[in-house]
Design a protein around this ligand. Structure first.
Ligand SMILES: Cc1ncc(COP(=O)(O)O)c(C=O)c1O
Length: 329
């Protein structure tokens, strides 16, 4: 990937003449079966542009209560798109279509209600444990949206993990969504970058919001070269991350750590360390001192993420460190 970056021939993407960025966008749209794609700096910007493109200020968006858009994008839905949010509590991040239906505002109401405009689905669901939406659930939600004349956006930061884990073609997973975002960083291993995909008219409109947010970059060919490499070489190998995540989970369960094995469907393991009776700072410091870099997701949980920088030997070392962690209690 570094060789592709350093040998990239670049143009200026704000003028639309950076050929590698154009190629990456075409390639991404082709892989997802959408008309067009837009290269943006981050998954957060991709989601925020999608909200702005699909909605108008005063509309309402349906989101899962632990979703990235709701929890971790700085409240951008309110300040950038000017929308309100109706939350649906998912089961390990997966929304029940019946509850999504119940969250849609009824028409009329003497103008009391905001207008539901968009349903966002996160697949895989990060805070749910990296869980994968079953296809029938996705279909129910998108059919519901069509019936109610609503738009749908898939926050697919890790949608390739969903495809690899389920064995379902990525095109089929995203087929009925009006827009899809996915990240080149994270499991695909790029230093930076995400893509927002959709119809020609959606991407044309989105392009303007990217500019407004300052996401129009110049010599993006260096980043696009990494993205093209990742789409060609790093998708199939996500399976290795999933296998390693299961291995980590099973080993840690044997040591007494609290893990819901059913939620370990892709590359993440949420680990309840409360049985150690140690302060979270002490746990993280011990792991860090032993070269296991891991962040807390709550005062009880760590979130371990497998990626292409972790091989079997590294995984085994991490497992050994978790075993040793028990001895300091
Ligand atoms: C589901 C989901 N969507 C969006 C993002 C945002 O990506 P970025 O960090 O590139 O802004 C993340 C980041 O972790 C994520 O997990």
């Amino acid at each position: 990937m570094l060789e592709c970056i350093s040998s990239a021939k670049v143009g200026d993407d704000v003028f639309g003449d950076d050929n590698l960025t154009l190629k990456l966008q075409d390639q991404a749209a082709g892989i997802l079966g959408k008309d067009a794609a837009l290269f943006v700096p981050s998954g957060t910007m991709a989601n925020q542009i999608a909200l702005q493109t699909h909605t108008q200020a005063g509309d309402e968006v349906i989101l899962e209560s632990g979703s990235h858009i709701y929890m971790y994008e700085g409240g951008g839905y309110a300040s950038l798109a000017g929308v309100s949010v109706k939350l649906v509590q998912g089961d390990r991040g997966i929304m029940d279509p019946v509850e999504v239906k119940n969250a849609i505002r009824p028409p009329g109401g003497l103008s009391h209600y905001p207008k539901t405009k968009l349903i966002c689905v996160e697949n895989t669901a990060n805070a749910g444990g990296g869980t994968v939406y079953p296809l029938d659930v996705l279909d129910s939600i998108t059919n519901l949206a069509v019936g109610k004349n609503l738009k749908t956006h898939l926050d697919g930061a890790r949608v390739f993990n969903a495809a690899i884990s389920s064995g379902i073609d990525i095109k089929r997973i995203v087929r009925d969504f009006d827009s899809v975002s996915f990240c080149l960083s994270k499991g695909l291993g790029c230093p930076v970058g995400s893509l927002l995909c959709g119809s020609y008219s959606f991407i044309k409109k989105a392009h303007r919001f990217r500019k407004m947010l300052g996401g129009g970059m110049r010599q993006t060919g260096f980043l696009a070269a990494a993205g093209i490499f990742a789409l060609e070489k790093n998708i199939e190998r996500l399976e290795d991350d999933h296998i390693r995540a299961r291995k980590l989970a099973k080993s840690l369960i044997d040591f007494g750590y609290g893990i819901c094995l059913d939620s370990v469907e892709t590359n993440m393991v949420y680990i309840d360390v409360s049985f150690l009776n140690l302060k979270m700072e002490v746990v993280i410091e011990f792991l860090k001192k032993n070269n296991v870099l891991i962040a807390a997701s709550s005062d009880k949980h760590l979130r371990a993420v497998m990626h292409l920088g972790i091989n079997n030997a590294g995984l085994q070392k991490a497992i050994d460190v978790f075993q040793n962690l028990k001895t300091i209690t």
